[in-house]
Design a protein around this ligand. Structure first.
Ligand code: SF4
Length: 363
């Protein structure tokens, strides 16, 4: 081979054929190393029309902009492509400010537990202790993660598989963001993400479903009897409101605790009753379904409030409003001392607590 090459060089050396040979060798080198030199395939790539009609896109770019696998399922891939890598929707921050006076399910719980706490928290508006347990933070991380996913679905009018790779990616990003503001032990952090992914994998936003509200503050007014004002404002924040069909609206609350809740728990839940009253006014003619999504137990529990049940709830709220009105006039908000005081977020404002459990004095 070496001999043959040197003979060939001798034959062409000093002639015009020599330069022709140099050009041929140079061309062979360029073609052989095309990918390294120009980043394409084994040779020049003809322009390929992309999905957006861009005739200058090359195959690799076209594959990228072809969007996620959801394209094949008709899930509005261009929006998904933009959204999963873009900014996440922001979550609701802090407590919403409802027009005063109002009653919420939390107020009902506090009133039943300790009227003095109700006075400190809702009348004097003193700041509660915001030290949060790991259990509360766990719930916050799960709620914030799911809130972000459903806000994203609403903003992008997503109507597909909530367990798809795209949605898992959004959930993971949302979960990381939620963790950065609510530190959890690592195993608890992983468990929080698992709860969310399990729920999303078992759920679907079908073509006829629509995400109507995500963590949106709602109010409904009813006539008051002998309360503080002529109209009584009831307020709440349902986790998720979905239109399931033309005639069905579902209100969902995500629950992260261990206790297995039953339909009876729903009927006695003041928050659910407020949501149902609001939804009957907001979506007249639709059937309203209240649902607990029990994330730890991979199941849901639903209930439909009857007109009769809602009438009773309205009457309970009127009675409570009248009680509060009487207490305000007489200035009577007695304390209710007990073991629950050690977890009361208002205990550092409470003189009854300080008297009952005085702090040891330092010498
Ligand atoms: S510490 Fe106990 S008595 Fe005081 S406000 Fe809280 S629950 Fe009521």
């Amino acid at each position: 081979m070496t001999l043959h090459q040197s003979n060939l060089a001798a034959q062409v050396s000093g002639s015009d054929d020599f330069w022709a040979l140099v050009i041929v060798v140079a061309l062979c080198y360029v073609v052989g190393n095309w990918e390294e030199l120009f980043g394409g395939g084994a040779g020049p790539v003809p322009p390929t029309p992309g999905p957006n009609g861009d005739a200058h896109e090359r195959p690799r770019q076209a594959a990228h902009s072809a969007g996620p696998p959801s394209a094949a399922r008709g899930e509005r891939p261009w929006l998904a492509e933009a959204g999963i890598h873009g900014d996440l929707p922001s979550v609701r921050a802090g407590k919403p400010k409802f027009e005063e006076p109002y009653l919420s399910a939390t107020q009902v719980k506090v009133w039943d537990r300790c009227r003095h706490r109700w006075q400190l928290e809702y009348l004097k508006k003193l700041k509660p202790h915001d030290e949060e347990s790991q259990g509360l933070k766990f719930g916050t991380v799960v709620h914030e993660t799911l809130e972000t996913v459903f806000r994203w679905a609403k903003e992008n009018d997503y109507r597909g598989d909530l367990g798809s790779a795209d949605m898992r990616l959004i959930a993971s990003r949302a979960h990381s963001r939620a963790l950065s503001g609510n530190w959890l032990y690592p195993n608890a952090g992983d468990a929080a993400l698992d709860r969310c992914l399990d729920y999303l994998e078992g759920s679907t936003v079908g073509p006829h479903d629509e995400v109507l509200h995500v963590e949106a503050p709602i109010t409904v007014t009813i006539k008051a009897d002998a309360g503080r004002t002529g109209l009584l404002r009831l307020a709440g924040i349902p986790d998720l409101v979905m239109r399931r069909s033309r005639s069905l609206v579902e209100i969902l609350d995500f629950k992260t605790h261990r206790r297995v809740l039953k339909p009876d728990d729903l009927t006695g839940d003041a928050a659910q009753a407020i949501y149902a009253m609001w939804a009957h006014k907001a979506f007249p003619g639709s059937k309203i379904l209240n649902t607990y999504a029990l994330l730890k137990h991979h199941r849901t529990v639903s209930h439909e409030f009857s007109d009769d049940a809602l009438r009773h709830v309205r009457s309970d709220f009127r009675q409570l409003d009248a009680e509060i009105s009487t207490a305000q006039r007489g200035g009577a908000f007695p304390p209710s001392l007990g073991p629950h005081c050690f977890e009361c977020p208002m205990r550092h404002h409470c003189l009854h607590y300080a008297k009952k459990w005085p702090r040891p004095t330092s010498r």
